[in-house]
Design a binder for this molecule. Structure first.
Ligand code: KG4
Ligand code: ZN
Length: 339
């Protein structure tokens, strides 16, 4: 009958539950939280309250959609961290109660490793075969930007990371300066389709090794807007699409420049993309062109598995289940969690 894992994700502002049987995804239900939009960012206390309201109905729908009863579940995997502590607590407390009641194991999962593990999900929307080991993953999300060498399902090494803002933060903070709603990344993506990516240029960091930096770009974007708005108050409104396209191109150039170097230094030519920013249409196109130029074998996740979801927690939990990596019930969530 296979191994059935229920996955729970509650690290930020999406409450999600998914059911997987072996590698085959049976359901992946996500409840977003509209409440943050008017504040222009995630408000932690409101996020935990919304998780509390959502978690039971979301788990219930995931099980119904999967056609799985609670007695068929072999283990529950949940996000232990990194993330907002109050949000993580809702998922971990739910998991503790649920597994204790059913007498089944619980499995802690690192949210960032889980983003990478989406490449092992089997479903109608999953592209062909999963990568083989080792592969190099560009993990770009709202909170993290990392280059990771993935040696097996459990062994991953971060060879480059951002020293300040994440790529998603750069999208969101600059989008806010353009007057776009939170999270700004998808709005920049949409606007940029109508704009000229070569119209404006911004500072690019000059960092050694594979580390990233995006705070300089944000400052350069801010100053450029401020100087131009002084001359022409309608500057942003009149140039929004070109600004979005040029900003997006700069972020993508920065991301791909280090990825190219990391691939040539490590000799790894299987390249994967993961995390919320990997939903960006221009990034997906640009990495495709880069792959053709460099003869990479490229793995791009389906859009549904790019931003936060519990399918990624369930698939990671499945591989941990096979190794018997279970957690005791005194394990606490971690706002910062390393691997
Ligand atoms: O992985 P994720 O859902 O949450 C974190 O773990 O951080 O990533 C969210 C980030 C946000 O910064 C959001 O603006 C960005 O992903 N994002 C995008 C797009 N869709 C989501 N950025 C650029 N283009 C998109 N289409
Ligand atoms: Zn995430």
């Amino acid at each position: 009958m296979g191994t059935v894992i229920l996955g729970i994700e509650s690290s930020c502002d999406d409450t999600s539950a998914a059911v997987i049987r072996d590698r085959r995804l049976l359901s992946n239900v996500i409840a977003g939280q509209e409440v943050h939009i008017k504040y222009g960012g995630v408000v932690p206390e409101l996020a935990s309250r919304a998780h509390q309201q959502n978690i039971v109905p979301v788990v219930d729908s995931a099980m119904k959609e999967a056609g799985v009863s609670r007695h068929e579940i072999d283990a529950v995997a949940y996000t232990r961290g990194p993330g907002l502590l109050g949000s993580l607590l809702v998922g971990s407390s739910f998991t503790k109660g649920f597994t204790a009641a059913l007498g089944i194991p619980m499995i802690e999962v690192n949210h960032l490793q889980a983003h990478i593990m989406v490449h092992f999900i089997q479903s109608e929307i999953s592209p062909g075969p999963a990568p083989t080991f080792p592969f190099l993953c560009l993990l770009v999300s709202g909170g993290h930007t990392q280059l990771v060498v993935v040696r097996d399902h459990h062994s991953m090494e971060i060879i480059g990371r951002t020293i300040d803002d994440a790529a998603g933060e750069a999208f969101d903070k600059c989008a806010k300066l353009l007057g776009l709603p939170y999270p700004g990344g998808p709005h920049v993506d949409r606007l940029a389709r109508e704009g000229d990516p070569l119209r404006f240029s911004f500072n690019k960091p000059r960092l050694e090794g594979f580390d990233y930096s995006f705070s300089g770009l944000k400052t350069s974007f801010l100053y450029m807007l401020r100087d131009n708005v002084k001359e022409d108050p309608a500057f942003i409104e009149e140039n929004k699409a070109d600004l979005a396209a040029s900003l997006q191109k700069t972020i993508i150039d920065i991301l791909l420049n280090k990825l190219r170097r990391a691939s040539s230094k490590t000799g790894i030519r299987q390249i994967a993309l993961a995390g919320g920013v990997s939903a960006n249409s221009a990034l997906r196109a640009a990495i495709g062109e880069e792959a053709n130029r460099n003869n990479w074998e490229l793995f791009i996740p389906p859009l549904a598995y790019t931003t936060d979801n519990a399918a990624m927690i369930a698939i990671t939990g499945y591989y941990r289940y096979l190794e018997g990596y279970f957690s005791s019930d005194d394990v606490t969530p971690l706002a910062r969690m390393y691997f």
